[in-house]
Design a protein around this ligand. Structure first.
Ligand code: MG
Length: 395
C-alpha cells in the first residue's frame, strides 16, 4: 500500500541514495537530478549489469562510495575503470546488503525488467524509502510488494513512472471514498494513426520513432505496441489498490497531461508537466517536499491544443491482455510481462514481425495456469516458464 506522510522536520543531514540501474535512460536522468541537489543527497551505491565504462563514469560523477556490477565476469573491468576512492564490487548480494544497511536511506530502482524485485523487497523489509521506476516490479510481484509494505509500515514506496507519479501527486490528501476513476494518459506512440496491417509489418526503425518521449529501446517499442500502457495499468492497480478505483487510459498525443483522477462527484483533476523524466525523479527523491528544479516549464499557450482520444482497442490488443491480467491477478501479469520481453527481444533480433509480438503474448497468456502470488521463488519460476514458452511459440 502507498501511504502519504508528512515530514516537517528540517533535513539536517544528506539523504543517502542507492541508484540501481544507473546506466539506463532513467538511471542517467537520475544522475542529473542527484547532481543538481548535491546539497540534499549523497550517493552510497550505483549499480548496473553491463555498460561498465558508463557505470564507472556515473560512479565518479556522483562520487559514490561503491559501484556494483551484477555481472561477476565484469568485476576486473569495472575495478580498472573506477577511481581509486570508489569501492568496486559485484553481485546482487552486495546490492542487497548495502541497500538494507544504515548506509542507504532511499533506493532508486531503475533496473530494467524483473531483476529489481529482490532488492526492492529487501529494502521494504529494511524500512527504506523506495523510489520505483521499474514498473515490472509492481506488474510481476504487486501482491508480494504490498504484503511487504503492510508488514513494514515504516517503508515508503513512491512511484517514478511519469503517469503514476502524476496519480500519486493527485491522490495526495484524498480518501478512497472520493475517487471514482484513475486515468493514465498515453502518447499513442508512432503507430497511433497507422492501420492494423501497417502496424503488423512495422520495422524496428519505425517502432523506435517515439513522437514525444526520449527513452530506452525496450520501453520505446512497448510504447509503439501499447504494451507499455498495459504494463502501466497493472502497475497502477497494485500501486493504488487501496483506492479501489476504476482504471482507464486516454490517448493524449501532446504528452502534457500525464494522469487524471475523477472524483465521485464528476469533478476531475489533471497533472501536467513537460515530458521529462527528471521531474518525477526529482519529485520522488524530495517527497514530501517539492523543491525547485531547473528545466523546461510547460507552456500551455505554446501547445495551444490538448487532444484526448479513447484508445483503439481493435488495433492494439495490448488492452485485452491488460484486462485479462487485471481481472485474474496472481502470476498472470508476471507471465504477460515475461512473454512481452521475449517477444520484443525476438522482434529486435529480426526474428519476428511487429504484429507477432501480440501473437506470442496471447499464446503464453491463453494457456497460463494461474496461481495466487505466494513467494518470490514461485514468481521467478513463473517468469522463467513464461519466457521459455514465449521463445518456443512458432508463428
Ligand atoms: Mg510511463
Amino acid at each position: 500500500m502507498i501511504e502519504f506522510y508528512s515530514d516537517n522536520t528540517m533535513t539536517t543531514r544528506k539523504k543517502k541514495i542507492a541508484l540501481l540501474g544507473v546506466t539506463g535512460s532513467i538511471g542517467q536522468s537520475s544522475c542529473a537530478v542527484i547532481d543538481n541537489y548535491s546539497e540534499r543527497f549523497e550517493t552510497t551505491l550505483v549499480a548496473a549489469r553491463s555498460s561498465i565504462s558508463q557505470l564507472a563514469e556515473s560512479a565518479a560523477r556522483l562520487n559514490a562510495s561503491i559501484a556494483v556490477t551484477t555481472d561477476c565476469t565484469k568485476t576486473a573491468e569495472l575495478s580498472a575503470a573506477l577511481p581509486e576512492n570508489i569501492r568496486c564490487a559485484s553481485g546482487m548480494e552486495t546490492i542487497i546488503d548495502t541497500v538494507t544497511s544504515d548506509a542507504v536511506d532511499i533506493v532508486l530502482c531503475a533496473i530494467i525488467g524483473t531483476a529489481g524485485i529482490r532488492p526492492v523487497l529487501a529494502a521494504i523489509e529494511a524500512g527504506k524509502t523506495i523510489a520505483l521506476a521499474s514498473k515490472e516490479v509492481m506488474v510481476a510481484s504487486g501482491d508480494l510488494v504490498n504484503a511487504a509494505l503492510k508488514a513494514n509500515p515504516q517503508a515508503k514506496l513512491i512511484p517514478v513512472d511519469s503517469e503514476h507519479s502524476g496519480v500519486f501527486q493527485l491522490l495526495s490528501g484524498r480518501t478512497p471514498e472520493e475517487i471514482d476513476t484513475i486515468c493514465l494518459t498515453a502518447s499513442g506512440g508512432p503507430f497511433r494513426t497507422w492501420d492494423a496491417e501497417r502496424i503488423a509489418n512495422a520495422t524496428l526503425a519505425d517502432a523506435l520513432k517515439h513522437p514525444t518521449w526520449q527513452m530506452g529501446q525496450k520501453i520505446t517499442i512497448d510504447s509503439a505496441s501499447m504494451m507499455n500502457k498495459a504494463l502501466e495499468l497493472l502497475e497502477a492497480k497494485y500501486l493504488f489498490h487501496r483506492y479501489n478505483a476504476k482504471l482507464d487510459v486516454l490517448v493524449h498525443p501532446q504528452s502534457a497531461v500525464h494522469a487524471l483522477i475523477e472524483f465521485n462527484d464528476g469533478s476531475m483533476l489533471a497533472q501536467c508537466s513537460c515530458p521529462d523524466m527528471k521531474l518525477p525523479i526529482a519529485y520522488a527523491l524530495n517527497y514530501p517536499e517539492r523543491i525547485a528544479f531547473p528545466g523546461k516549464q510547460l507552456k500551455l499557450a505554446e501547445l495551444k491544443t490538448l487532444e484526448f482520444f479513447a484508445p483503439d482497442r481493435k488495433k492494439f490488443p495490448a488492452f485485452d491482455f491488460a484486462d485479462a491480467a487485471l481481472a485474474a491477478g496472481g502470476t498472470l501479469p508476471c507471465a504477460m510481462n515475461a512473454a512481452n520481453e521475449v517477444a520484443v527481444e525476438r522482434f529486435c533480433r529480426g526474428e519476428i514481425k511487429f504484429g507477432d509480438i501480440y501473437k506470442i503474448i496471447s499464446a503464453v497468456m491463453d494457456k497460463w495456469h494461474n496461481e495466487a502470488q505466494i513467494s518470490l521463488e514461485q514468481l521467478e519460476n513463473a517468469d522463467q516458464e513464461a519466457r521459455c514458452k514465449a521463445r518456443e511459440v512458432t508463428l
